[in-house]
Design a binder for this molecule. Structure first.
Ligand code: XIL
Length: 372
């Protein structure tokens, strides 16, 4: 439309009292997507939910393979689904992400082998160290062997640390002591020797917890046990993103001789109760309107802040691209983000770079602009 036609059309609409006429934004051209733009820097991943993996989500179906080259299953490889009873394994769903990744030749992350959350209920009944050790051995051996050659890297142990850097008092720690970490990595190594092995946690960019993670990696290495990478989950907030802590962590973890990856990236835009930071999935709080300020849409000003934060974060990732092997978003679009329901249910959050209609947000373009 020429500018003259535009002026005439706008004046006519104004004169007739019609609703403000806004030109439609240009249709989204998905090429080149994030994965192409960051080729040679680091992998760009996404956690996929079940309908995305089963390709039942028609909007996601075309977008995902263009934008991402690494896949993590958001839930369906977790213990409660894959191993519901002592000798009962259910691979019907869990096989799907492996098939999805294989079909598209995408990098595939197994999430996760040993974690205190989303455990099958039978594990809570285990009372003896020997039985729990046997559970770990069976669980890891069965699952890691099944996906040998399919999973490129396993989150072998997830969230083993408290905020002060000490060992979390999980069922694994309480019955087996800190050596459960060593056992987990040894069982994984034996079952899938060619697969990368990671320790994954939230808030390990923060100094005290980071020190705990560094000690954990060192203990493994001193004992000659293989660990290939540390996953910093990256469940952060636009209100408190701390780039200095992130940069220090990248340097300190990579100095241990492990790959660094950001494995569950999202940036909440909402207020959190008591300024909660982290990602403890067992936390849940009551809602009130002040905690859900944008039910009808994100104000442009907040969208712009989100874009700036993502841009600064990816600029930092690019600065350290030699040390960072992967950046995975925890979800594809705002529509499916777990942050709509955590730590308060039924909120409207906007933490990712694709909106509820799988359209790119300013944050998407701000990330791409770093490579122009
Ligand atoms: C979350 C999923 O996104 C939710 O759908 C589920 O209800 C709870 O778990 N750290 C992790 C992930 O390692 O597995 C968690 O995923 C988010 C926090």
């Amino acid at each position: 439309m020429s500018s003259l036609t535009w002026i005439v059309l706008s004046s006519v609409l104004l004169w007739t009292g019609a609703e403000t006429f806004r030109p439609q934004p240009a249709a989204f051209n998905p090429e080149p997507g994030l994965k192409a733009v960051f080729t040679g820097d680091f992998l760009i991943g996404a956690a996929l939910n079940t309908s995305q993996i089963l390709e039942q989500d028609s909007l996601a179906k075309d977008l995902i393979p263009v934008q991402f080259n690494s896949v993590t299953a958001e839930n369906i490889m977790k213990c409660e689904i894959i191993h519901p009873g002592w000798s009962d394994y259910n691979f019907t769903l869990a096989d799907k992400p492996a098939e999805y990744a294989e079909k598209r030749q995408m990098h595939f992350v197994g999430h996760t082998l040993i974690w205190h959350s989303q455990l099958a209920p039978f594990i809570r009944q285990i009372k003896s160290p020997d039985s729990l050790d046997l559970f770990m051995k069976n669980h890891i051996t069965t699952i890691a062997s099944r996906y040998k050659g399919k999973v490129d890297g396993w989150d072998v142990v997830n969230e083993a640390l408290e905020e002060n850097g000490s060992m979390r008092k999980s069922i694994f720690f309480n019955l087996l002591g800190e050596s459960y970490i060593e056992k987990a990595f040894q069982y994984a190594q034996a079952a899938a020797p060619g697969t990368e092995l990671y320790y994954n946690d939230y808030n390990i960019e923060q100094p005290a917890k980071r020190a705990g993670a560094i000690a954990l990696v060192k203990r493994l290495k001193e004992k000659g046990i293989r660990i290939d990478g540390v996953g910093i989950q990256g469940h952060w907030s636009i209100h408190s993103l701390n780039l200095q802590h992130i940069e220090e962590s990248v340097k300190e973890f990579s100095a241990l001789g492990v790959k660094v990856m950001f494995t569950e990236l999202d940036l909440t835009v909402l207020p959190n109760p008591w300024d909660l930071r982290g990602a403890d999935v067992n936390q849940n709080f009551e809602s009130n309107p002040a905690m859900n300020p944008y039910p009808q849409g994100l104000p442009d000003s907040v969208n712009a802040v989100l874009a700036d934060k993502y841009k600064a974060l990816f600029a930092l990732f690019l600065k350290h691209k030699d040390r960072i092997s992967r950046v995975t978003f925890w979800g594809v679009s705002d529509r499916n983000s777990w942050l709509n329901n955590w730590p308060i249910r039924n909120r409207t959050n906007y933490p990712l770079v694709f909106d509820r209609n799988y359209q790119p947000k300013p944050a998407y373009y701000s990330i791409l602009s770093l490579k122009k």
